[in-house]
Design a protein around this ligand. Structure first.
Ligand code: BEZ
Length: 402
């Protein structure tokens, strides 16, 4: 339920600020729109990201990427100075609604940016819909958010879990595999990534013979690896990310399976993880909307700026954060920083062409990126792009009625 008392106070404060701004603009003969943006004060961005647990590094990379873009704009978007507040969501869906309400009701943020974990993101999307708060999702791929839960005020700059999975299904079928096993965490992202893989693979004539799962964020893989070794499928498809992905790739190799049964994954399996995975990851093929070795000027500039600012290389999560800031910037520029012009803000964001380090992309009607999904191969410390698995792939947006 929206807090009406807060709403009225806020409206009165805004009205006063606007009237003052117009008076000042008239007196100084400055354009009224610039004066309005200045009078509106700082724009509050609420980061709701994982800063602890298996996805901690992913949350930090997203925040880094977002801040980098804002800093490149002199600390302002659409003429408004940006102020940040943050909440650690711990990748814990049961705390999702409370955590996002802290940002919206306690901290009065203008926009929420988050998160990584699909289960947490679904709780956030529900609250965003109920309160009408702008939500920009820089990672979590929950299909429902750009499906049945889609809304004018919810945007995603990353992917749907279906997209990399589907692309890898197409590739695995093209590589001649017939019978594949899947293994993942039992939650929305794992299920949907495997669902996408199945769709692409079966379309190409393949068959998924068994789905193996374990609860998130469990990393006791041994029993399941023994089952894979006994079943001897043609290949294995997997979705793991962050700390869990590091452990899975190492365990797969330690069990000797990397010598006999090819392992394919959504690219999170090896993104931001190669330093820790070392030799165990060499040669792995994955699909994702970002990778190493792209020859785009935008990517080169982004990498140089990111590594100068943070003394490390960016990964796919940093790109999601950077592009979330770009998307918000496009919307705010269109309304000259006036968040009250919601219809115009959302219209500009929905129509945005984002000059991303991954390559320029637009959003589908469901506000999910329409983008090339690359095929990548691990070589040393890099996810080298070796081709485009599927060009301009759009999430089907099933159930989205916007
Ligand atoms: C997800 O939960 O949607 C997700 C988490 C980590 C990487 C990719 C997707």
């Amino acid at each position: 339920m929206p807090d009406n008392r807060f709403h009225t106070e806020e409206m009165n404060m805004r009205k006063t600020r606007l009237l003052t701004a117009l008076a000042v603009a008239a007196a100084l003969a400055v354009p009224a729109t610039d004066a309005l943006a200045q009078a509106a004060g700082k724009l509050k961005v609420g980061f709701m990201l994982p800063y602890t647990g298996t996805f901690a590094a992913l949350g930090t990379a997203i925040e880094n990427g977002f801040r980098l873009y804002v800093n490149e704009q002199g600390g302002k978007l659409g003429g408004r100075e940006i102020e940040f507040v943050k909440v650690d969501d711990e990748s814990e869906p049961s705390k999702g609604a409370d955590n996002v309400n802290k940002l919206i009701k306690r901290d009065n943020v203008d926009v929420v940016v988050g998160t990584v974990h699909s289960g947490v993101a679904m709780a956030m999307a529900k609250v965003a819909k109920e309160t009408g708060t702008l939500l920009v999702i820089p990672n979590a791929g929950a299909v429902a958010i750009t499906g049945p839960m889609c809304a004018q005020n919810i945007f995603r700059t990353s992917f749907s879990n279906w997209q990399p999975g589907y692309a890898m299904g197409v590739v695995a079928a093209e590589r001649g595999h017939k019978k594949v096993m899947t293994i993942t965490w039992k939650y929305a992202a794992g299920d949907e990534s495997v669902g996408g893989f199945k769709e692409g693979f079966e379309k190409g004539g393949g068959q998924v013979i068994k789905d193996l799962t374990l609860p998130f964020p469990n990393v006791e893989f041994q029993a399941l690896l023994t089952e894979i070794a006994a079943a001897k499928p043609d290949a294995v498809y997997t979705f793991f990310a962050g700390g869990g992905a590091v452990k899975f790739v190492k365990d797969y190799a330690a069990a000797g399976l990397n010598k006999t049964i090819p392992l394919y994954g959504a690219g999170f399996l090896t993104d931001g993880t190669l330093e820790a995975q070392g030799d165990a990851a060499q040669g792995l093929l994955t699909t994702l909307h970002y990778g190493d070795g792209l020859t785009l000027a935008k990517d080169k500039a982004f990498r140089a700026a990111y590594s100068a600012a943070y003394k490390m290389q960016p990964d796919v999560y940093a790109v999601g954060g950077y592009d979330a800031a770009q998307l918000l910037g496009i919307g705010l520029t269109a309304v000259k920083g006036d968040m009250a012009k919601k219809a115009d803000l959302y219209k500009a964001m929905a129509a945005a062409k984002i000059d991303s380090p991954r390559g320029a992309f637009t959003l589908g009607k469901n506000h999910d990126p329409v983008q090339d999904i690359y095929l990548r191969k691990v070589e040393g410390k890099e996810n080298k792009v070796v081709g485009i698995a599927v060009k301009a792939l759009a999430d089907p947006g099933r159930g989205c009625t916007m």
